[in-house]
Design a protein around this ligand. Structure first.
Ligand SMILES: NC(=O)c1ccc[n+]([C@@H]2O[C@H](COP(=O)([O-])OP(=O)(O)OC[C@H]3O[C@@H](n4cnc5c(N)ncnc54)[C@H](O)[C@@H]3O)[C@@H](O)[C@H]2O)c1
Ligand SMILES: CC(=O)N[C@@H]1[C@@H](OP(=O)(O)OP(=O)(O)OC[C@H]2O[C@@H](n3ccc(=O)[nH]c3=O)[C@H](O)[C@@H]2O)O[C@H](CO)[C@@H](O)[C@@H]1O
Length: 388
């Protein structure tokens, strides 16, 4: 059998490599021809992913063949789709990338094939939109092909170990699809759980993100209260946490492609159904986390006011602009948003990030500054303000 993985990004490539490493032939379809070339020559385009270098060197171009053309995957019998789903400016899911990927699969779909979606989506997406796109494009009806959903639960940097150890759930749009998808995934995922249906599997992933967002909002709120009361939050947190209490870590807010996005799937769906009160906590948590940059900006300005210079001449350095430490990714980065907010306030802000070069920072429209050349340094990951 041959399996196609559609989308060789931070989530899709580790999955494709793990499937290939289990002995199955994989065709990776990605619109980016440069990425395909790299994979086929055994070079890993995601160097921060532990263990991926070895797998790509071993299977790239042999058991794992990458291509920008869907037609090259026409002789596969299983199609796993993992391309991004972003939010539009009104925070509604923008399905355009997913639609184009499924229409691509629909054009080469054959009787008996199985299709599995892994991208995080609003519950109900697989059984409605995805089914329609595939049926329209292939001329087949569900039953002639099988359709399921299994959320990707990796974390960039730890994806290979997560795929091999972390529990993974899978659910079909009907019973037969669920069973077939379970049999397929059992060949390369050791810790696999079949759930009632695709909608439940979709919900599981979304609520995991909601749990983190709400709990991080709580941690941020408690941090602010602790500061106000003159209490060391971290000391208190360490002693407060036990089996039944897990207070998360405070931050400049929640960034990345995942956690700030998923609550909106439920918020917008409840709004559509006019159930406004069903998603109030989710909405408030989003606001609290996004507003953390205002809290930190105020603290930084107060520190700048202690420097013996006019405020606009105080040299500030924002250290760390990625959405989390160690991952070169700026999507919804609150650290980057904080730097931009301080610039908008007319302050002399430079940034420093060990994952970026000066040129890359300048291309973002920001100034590069070494921490040693600043009067006030804010470390976005340590949440510490230093004076120079
Ligand atoms: N990265 C993570 O930590 C993570 C974790 C869990 C779940 N996910 C899920 O995975 C999804 C994808 O995330 P990612 O981090 O891999 O994104 P990414 O941006 O790293 O990669 C997406 C890849 O898809 C390719 N692509 C785009 N449109 C395509 C199309 N029509 N056909 C084929 N290829 C196409 C792009 O060229 C790119 O290589 C997310 O939306 C999320 O739902 C990601
Ligand atoms: C731990 C984990 O499995 N996570 C994954 C997550 O991965 P991720 O790459 O988005 O990273 P996270 O660590 O979750 O951080 C997100 C943002 O939250 C901030 N944060 C975090 C913890 C905290 O206590 N206080 C905070 O403020 C942090 O700074 C950053 O901005 O999403 C994936 C995609 O769905 C999921 O597989 C999965 O849930």
């Amino acid at each position: 059998m041959r399996v196609a993985v559609i989308g060789l990004g931070k989530a899709g490539l580790p999955l494709a490599a793990v499937i290939a490493d289990s002995g199955i032939e994989v065709v990776g379809v990605d619109l980016d021809p440069k990425k395909c070339e790299m994979v086929n020559s055994g070079r890993n385009p995601i160097p921060e992913e532990a263990g991926l270098d070895e797998l790509i060197a071993k299977h790239g171009g042999t058991r794992l063949k990458a291509t920008p053309k869907y037609e090259d995957a026409a002789d596969c019998s299983a199609y796993i789709v993992i391309v991004p789903l972003l939010l539009d400016e009104l925070k509604n899911p923008d399905f355009s990338i997913l639609e184009s990927a499924f229409r691509g699969v629909g054009r080469i779909l054959k009787k008996g094939d199985i299709v599995v979606l892994e991208t995080t989506v609003p519950p109900g997406t697989t059984e409605t939109l995805v089914k329609e796109w595939l049926e329209e494009e292939s001329g087949l009806e569900l039953g002639e092909f099988y359709l399921a959903y299994s959320p990707e639960r990796i974390m960039t940097g730890y994806s290979i170990s997560r795929l091999r150890e972390f529990p993974k759930v899978i659910g079909g749009v009907n019973e037969e699809s669920g069973e077939r998808a379970y049999d397929l995934y059992s060949k390369f995922i050791p810790n696999l759980h079949l759930v009632s249906n695709a909608r439940t599997a979709e919900f599981i992933k979304v609520i995991e993100g909601c749990y983190r967002d709400v709990n991080i909002a709580l941690a941020n709120e408690l941090f602010k209260i602790a500061e106000e009361l003159g209490i060391d939050f971290y000391e208190a947190r360490e002693k407060a946490n036990h089996e039944y209490c897990h207070i998360h870590l405070p931050s400049t807010g929640v960034g990345g492609h995942c956690i700030p996005v998923y609550p909106w799937f439920l918020i917008r769906e409840m709004e559509k159904r006019e159930k406004f009160n069903h998603a109030r906590l989710l909405r408030v948590s989003r606001e609290l986390n996004d507003e953390m940059i205002n809290y930190w900006a105020e603290k930084i300005v107060l520190e700048c006011m202690k420097v013996d210079k006019p405020l606009s001449e105080v040299k500030i350095c924002i250290r760390g602009i990625t959405f989390r430490k160690g991952v070169k990714e700026l999507y919804h980065s609150r650290n980057l948003a904080l730097a931009r907010l301080l610039v908008e306030k007319g302050l002399d802000v430079g940034v420093h990030d060990e994952l970026f070069t000066q040129k890359e920072v300048e291309e973002l429209g920001l100034r590069w500054r070494e921490p040693g050349e600043a009067d006030v340094v804010f470390d976005c990951f340590e949440l510490k303000i230093f004076t120079g």
